[in-house]
Structures are given as C-alpha cells and as structure tokens.
Design a protein around this ligand. Sequence first.
Ligand code: M6R
Length: 607
Amino acid sequence: MCGIVGITANESVSSNIISALKKLEYRGYDSAGIAINTESQIHQKKVKGKLDNLILSLQKDGFDGKVGIGHTRWATHGEPSERNAHPHSSRKVSLVHNGIIENASELKSRIELKNYNFESDTDSEVITALITHYLNEGHDHMESVKQTISLLEGSYALAIIFSDLKDKIIGARNGSPLVAGTDGNSNSLGSDSIALSAIANKVCYLEDGDIVVLSRENVEIYNSSGDKANREFVDIGIMDTEVSKGSYNHFMEKEIHEHPKAVGETFRQFIDHDQGIISVDDIGLNFNDISKVHLIACGTAYYSCLVAKYYFEQYARLPVECDMASEFRYRDPVLDNKALYIFVSQSGETADTKAALDFCKDAKVRTLSIVNVMNSSIARESDYCLYTKAGAEIGVASTKAFTAQLSVLLSMALHCGTKNNNVTIEQNRQICKEIMQAPQILEKTIKRSYELKETAKAIIDSKGVMYLGRGTAFPLALEGALKFKEISYIHAEGYPAGEMKHGPLALIEKDLPVVCIVPPGPLFPKTVSNIQEVIARGGRILMITDDDSLKSSSENIWKIFRLPKTPKSIEAIVYSVPIHMLAYYTAVQLGNDVDQPRNLAKSVTVE
Ligand code: M6R
C-alpha cells in the first residue's frame, strides 16, 4: 500500500510531485522516489526512509522536467531500501506501482525475461521488465502496457512514463485506487484526491480495468474492454485540502482534539429538529425489512463494530454478527438475504474490507458502508452509504474516525429500533437530547485528559499494559490496547474483565499497569471485584470512570481518571478520549514517531 503520483504539465513538475507525495505519505513511508522525463532521458532518484530524505537528496543534486512520477513505499516484497524503492526503470520505461503482483516470481522466470537484469527484490519490477520486452518487440506504448497487464495477477495502480514520450503518462488500475485529476494547466494521477488537491480542481475516480492516457492537453480513459469510457470528473472536495497540523505538535493530537467536532457533525446529519429525534431516513433503505445486522471491518473500525453490536441488540433487538474483514471472506460464510451487511472504514480503501464488500455484492445481499473519505472505493461500491463527518484523518492511529463511526452506528441502531417499535419516540427524543450534549462533554473530557501526561510518564518503562472492561467497555479495552501498542511499541492486551481468571491473570505481576474502563451501572461492582483480584497480585490500576462513589485510597487503586458525568447512551464515545490520550502521551514521552509509527501505514490497500 504505497502512494503513487504522476503529473504532466506545461511547467516543471518535480516540486508538485513532492507536494503530492507529502500528502500520500500516510500510505507508507519506508522509502521514496521520483522519475522525471527530461528532454534527453529519464532521470530518477530513490532513497530509503521518509520523503524528507528524498527532498534533501534532490536539493543537493536535483533535476526537473514537465512530466514525471513519484512514489512513497510501504514494503511488501523486499526490505525497505534504496534498491527496492520505486520507480523501477529500464532505459525505455519508468513506473511506480501500488499493489501486489501475486504471480511475480512466475513472470520473472518467463523465457522472454531470461536476459532481463533485475535490480530489486520487488514484485513491481517485473512490470517494467515486461513492458520493456514488448516495446523491444516493436509494440507501441499502449499495446505494451495492455499486453503486460493482461499477464498480471493481483492488484495494481500504475503510473508509467516512457523515455520517448515527452508529455505522456499511462496509468492503469485493478484493485488499487487511482484517481485522475485536471486543472486546465496540468493533468495528473494519484492514489487519492487529497494528493492532487494542489494541482487539480476536478478529479475522476478510475474503475478496475481502466487504462488512462494523460497528455498535457487531454485525459483519455479506456475501460476493460478497450473502449473509450466517458467517466465523470467531479469537483475536488473541501475535506481533501484540509491537511495541516495547525498549532498542534502531531496530527494525532489535533485529531483527538477534533473528537467533539467529528461527533457533533456526524450526529448533525441524523437529527430531525422538527421531532427532536434521531432519524436516518433518506438513504432509500427500508429499515423495517432488516432481520439481522452483520458488521465487517478491520482494526479500529472493527472495534467500532463490536461496540455497535451492543447498540443494535439493545435498541433494535436485532441479532448481530461482527467479523474482521480478513477472516470473513475466506470463511465461506452463510449469507442471509434478509440481513444488512455493514462495512465500516475510515479510508474506504482498506483492501480486506473492500474484498469482503465485493464478496457480498457478488452474493447480491444488501450492503451499506460507513466511510469517512468521500467517493472512496467502498463508499462508491456499496448499495447504500452513510458518511462519518470526521474530516481528513492523517495520523496512522485512528482516533476521531472511531468516535464518528460510533456516532453513525448509534444513530442507525436507534433509527432501526424506532422503526421496528423497540424504541418509542419518547425514548428516541431523550437519547437525542443526550447525543446533543456529546460535543460539550467531549470538550470537558479533553481538557481533563492532560492529567494523563503524568500517568504516561509513569508507565513508559513497563514491559506491557493490560486494558480491561465489560459491556461496551470491552471493545474499548481492545481499542485502547491497539492504540497503545501501535504507537508506543509496548505490548498491550485488551480483555473482558470477567475473563481474566480464565488465563490472563497469570500475566499480572508487581506494578504491571492495568487500565480499567469502568462506567457506572450494573456492571460496575463486578468490574471492581475483578480490579481487586488484579490488585491482590500486584497490578497497578488506572481506573477510567465517571462514577464518583469510589475513593482510590480505600480501594488501593493507583490512579483514577474521572470523566465528567456522561449519559449511558454516549458512554463509549466519551470514554474513547482518555484511552486515545494515554496512548498519545506515552508515545510522545518515548520520543516515537506518533503520526507515522514504524512498519505501519494509514491506508492498508493490500491484503
Ligand atoms: O481505513 P480503515 O478504517 O478501513 O482502516 C482500518 C484499520 O487499518 C485501521 O483502523 C488501523 O487499525 C488503525 N491504524 C488503528 O489505529
């Protein structure tokens, strides 16, 4: 899952390629490269590490021209190194690739490539080798690309330049996102519209099987049958341009501070002010006709599904299944025509989630997506779509998108419950009032979360951290542990508090930090008993609660982080703030790269 870009213009393109790559670094940042077709030949530069290394290297020894391509990499085949960085070039052709070529080794051993001198360990270089081979055989550029991609198995988005084509880029897409952009002065290709926001005012989301030919004047798109395709160019969205850290130190810090806005804006779409209720009416889906909900996603988005299981069961009394997308499609699941299949994704491009959606589409069951990025593949391909209004999320660790996902899922569950008479209008009205308080309570919680800085300082030397909860606090424990390990690189595990004595209690030893998420209610005393079992074995408890009955000294609790009083309906949303903040402060204390943690990428567009 890499970021690719290509620009052809009437002026020099290298600085615009670098700016576009900067916006694509969330897709991978272990190496970067650029190739420019100058008047005489293709010049390229590749470096290991982040894009800044490429910028420094170009400052020392740069080149420029009016057509070029660029790449930021997340390694799949071959270690992160200069050798494996893209572009991959021959004397005639240079290309950048996002995706995985599954039959690369088989292709490399084809007879026609036996004399090709492969310089990298990547799967991508075989594409360069094949195109070069077909050019050598006398095929024209388009035909060489067509012949090559007809042999590829797997996924790809490609941007290709040729040494003897001074203003053209050929692009192709299958399974990996690719967007064409235009602004009258230049034409461009990129992995998403954010990348193109500075160089295009209109974009076109290409479809699988498309091949696109960009010259300075034109963008021509051909579909998988080779016919000219008339695809729509749409205005680039406002969200696509908002990618600055403002006064914050990290995007993650900024994005945690945006929880109130993300949640407020997301709920706002569903508030029926006339009746004072939550309603999700106008997407054309008959909510009365749903007999079961099946939620599918990856990572943090999957944890929002686990919370939503409680919402749909409680409010709509519907049976709910949750699946990690990577498991779902390989399990030969039994699909149900009366069920609604819901796909949750911040990026809308996650390969496993998209593949699970494709699987359901092929089976002709009803699909709905909950997505943050407008016009992303999952948003476009599902039957129905509801957007989270979180705004651009750049930090690899997902924060505000999570609470926005919970906001859509809660609204849907309430709406279904109201439609199937399990929630009265009066109850809906009451919960709607509570929901309207959410941004304010989130603001207060964020202000208090600064206390967690000290807690973070005290746990940075721990060899592990446990997160415990019951009810919706259990998926929050999973989310807390994921966020913590993702950016602190310290092992963390989330567990249902009641399950501890069935095994994980063995992990508790003197001073092991245990984060307990304990909202008030019937499960409170039960979790407090589990906490005592941990304390008895030497664990240090950080309790997160808005219950004010408990005194830490009397219960031997190490620290209590107290939230403002929170209505039950929005508990999971509000309790997300301290768990995100704790992970953030810990990573900062450790001096880690908070926004771009090692080995990860924001958008996981490979399986
Ligand atoms: O874009 P998506 O919501 O589909 O991404 C899913 C996961 O890759 C993502 O939530 C990941 O787990 C985050 N880095 C967690 O913070």
